[in-house]
Write a protein that binds this ligand. Structure first.
Ligand code: ASC
Length: 126
């Protein structure tokens, strides 16, 4: 799928960039810095949920580098589990967002953010 390791690194970083952009828009709403627009939140949560499935295929053998710590490859089962946990959390956020229930969105957002941070602490360069 990727001709060069740099292509994989660019792919996964691009996916995370798109995800972070939409996640950040939801963050602003949850923090009260932007008005709650149900359709906007629902759209952004759907983007996050969709894109969350993509980066993993670009962490294959021989694609070490970028902002990834060596643990991604040396402790790959743990990395995979962290990625799966994040995907489940953002799927729940998407469910909450489609319902439009602001309290449910807030709760699911917090849980999803914790999975982002948890994985970064262990597997992403500071
Ligand atoms: C974001 C983003 C992250 C997470 C994380 C949550 O918006 O880019 O990596 O939220 O900061 O703790």
């Amino acid at each position: 799928q990727f001709k060069k390791p740099e292509d994989a690194i660019k792919y996964r970083q691009s996916a995370f960039t798109v995800m972070a952009n939409s996640f950040g828009k939801i963050a602003a709403v949850v923090k009260g810095e932007a008005p709650f627009n149900k359709d906007e939140v629902a759209k952004n949560a759907a983007v996050v949920a969709m894109i969350s499935t993509l980066p993993w295929q670009a962490f294959g053998p021989g694609t070490e580098g970028g902002n990834a710590l060596p643990g991604v490859w040396s402790d790959n089962a743990k990395f995979k589990a962290a990625g799966e946990k994040m995907q489940l959390a953002v799927a729940s956020l998407n469910t909450a967002a489609q319902s439009g229930d602001q309290e449910a969105i807030k709760k699911a957002f917090g849980a999803a953010g914790a999975t982002c941070k948890g994985c970064h602490d262990d597997f992403k360069k500071k």
